[in-house]
Design a binder for this molecule. Structure first.
Ligand code: SF4
Length: 451
């Protein structure tokens, strides 16, 4: 979501004639997009702002804008920082070019965030913001080497779930879905410009819902409509919430070869006690039943997930239930996060962060080991298979066991199930689909040769 926001702001700025540089020391305007989901991300922003202070002493004309969730969360506090000139929340990203121009004119600090983001009035502001920024064509992506053939499109903003540990509903506001026509029109433009894969984004994208002329469109309808665009290769979506997951989404995946058989669907825990404390709205049995249904409808579906370890009150027994769930579901890959309280959330206000750091760390390592062991076993089924990949470009970290030469460099691609594949081939394949034969497998990577 943040990558998309960064791209949209860059597009809005390049549209006004600004040029992009990746060196802070050359820039006249520095925009820092921020994340509030974990404490560590916020600490890094403050450390960056420390560097900016030094940089501004040498080049006082430099303007520093802090945008995104942390801007919404901290507002005035962030604006008071010596290095900061502009603070703009996720709903105000479309205002960034104007805020920069105001600052260039009056040399004052400017703040633009949503007051009372959870109030109904904020929804109108969010709808308006969505219309102003989300339609921008993505001219640039921060991972420029790898994303020439792919684009993100926002299907919806915000979240209504209020998981007790999560800051998102407080900084991104309530759920607001975009009209299907706006999404499809944007996808058409991107496909015309050479994009082959569209990823529809939402904090809980399976809650996508838009009613128009008496008809309600869900995510399955949106996936179908985008997949019908001439020239689109693959369509995928992230992220899903396991509560109220409509199986029509799985059906469109099964019936439509352009809709990728990939589901990122965080369980967060395998303990019902923890799931209740997290306010996730489902039990471990509900989650497992949904994953079984997913595999019945889409047999080759790749399932990915997220877990939190060390949530307040998590016992060894709770943790072992998480390990059990991981063994039962068999993820393609899953991310594990050590719980850290986020200011203003229910769990920060009402629960004691009582799991020692060493225990969080040890559970983190143990769970990752189980996830990796399962992925390593399951990936062996690809050995000898020919799979289709969308080629992303040169591999950033060449793998030693893959021979490399100028005309046949090491490339990286992803399958429809989002498996990373490393193989040698001409760089001209970047942005295209290719068939490769898998010769070796590991937990996170498949190694292959051009078929
Ligand atoms: S579903 Fe829960 S974890 Fe996900 S964004 Fe919403 S509140 Fe946060």
């Amino acid at each position: 979501m943040n990558k998309l926001d960064s791209s949209l702001v860059v597009s809005a700025l390049t549209d006004r004639g600004y040029e992009l540089t990746d060196k802070a020391t050359e820039a006249d305007i520095i925009v820092i997009n921020t994340c509030s989901v974990r404490e560590h991300a916020e600490e890094r922003v403050f450390s960056n702002l420390g560097h900016m202070k030094g940089l501004k002493r040498k080049r006082p004309h430099v303007i520093v804008a802090v945008i995104g969730c942390m801007a919404q969360r901290l507002g005035e506090e962030l604006l008071a920082h010596e290095a900061v000139d502009i603070v703009a929340g996720p709903t105000q990203l479309h205002e960034v070019p104007d805020l920069i121009e105001q600052t260039l004119g009056d040399h004052e600090k400017h703040l633009s965030v949503t007051a009372q983001i959870r109030q109904p009035a904020a929804s109108d502001e969010i709808v308006e913001a969505s219309g102003k920024l989300d339609d921008f064509e993505i001219a640039y992506d921060s991972d420029a080497n790898h994303i020439k053939s792919q684009a993100f499109i926002r299907a919806m903003r915000g979240c209504n779930n209020f998981c007790t540990y999560c800051i998102v509903p407080y900084v991104r506001g309530p759920e607001v879905s975009r009209p299907p026509l706006a999404v499809v029109e944007q996808a058409k433009k991107l496909v015309d410009s050479g994009i082959r894969q569209i990823t529809l984004l939402g904090q809980t994208v399976n809650s996508y819902q838009y009613t128009e002329n008496g008809k309600t469109y869900g995510l399955a309808d949106l996936l179908q409509q985008v997949s019908e665009i001439d020239g689109v290769g693959w369509v995928r979506f992230i992220t899903s919430h396991p509560g109220k997951f409509d199986t029509s989404i799985l059906q469109v995946m099964a019936d439509n070869p352009k809709v990728c058989p990939y589901l990122h669907i965080p369980a967060q825990s395998g303990s019902d006690r923890m799931l209740k404390a997290m306010n996730r709205g489902y039990t471990a049995a509900d989650y497992i039943a949904l994953m079984d249904t997913a595999r019945e409808i889409v047999p080759d579906i790749a399932i990915a997930g997220d877990f939190i370890v060390g949530f307040p009150g998590e016992t060894d027994e709770d943790f072992s239930q998480t390990v059990e769930l991981v063994r039962r579901v068999r993820y393609k890959n899953a991310f594990v996060f050590k719980y850290s309280p986020r200011p203003g959330t229910h769990s920060e206000k009402k629960l004691v962060d009582d799991i020692p750091q060493e225990v969080k760390q040890q559970r983190n390592v143990q769970l990752l080991e189980v996830i990796s062991e399962i992925a390593e076993e399951d990936n062996k089924r690809f050995l000898g298979q020919t799979v289709e990949v969308l080629v992303e470009g040169l591999s950033k970290k060449p793998h030693l066991n893959q021979a490399e030469n100028e005309n046949n460099p090491q490339l990286i691609g992803r399958t429809a199930g989002d498996y990373i594949v490393v193989f040698n081939g001409p760089e001209s394949l970047t942005g295209k689909f290719a068939k490769v034969k898998v010769t070796k497998t590991a937990a996170l990577t498949l190694f292959a040769e051009l078929a």
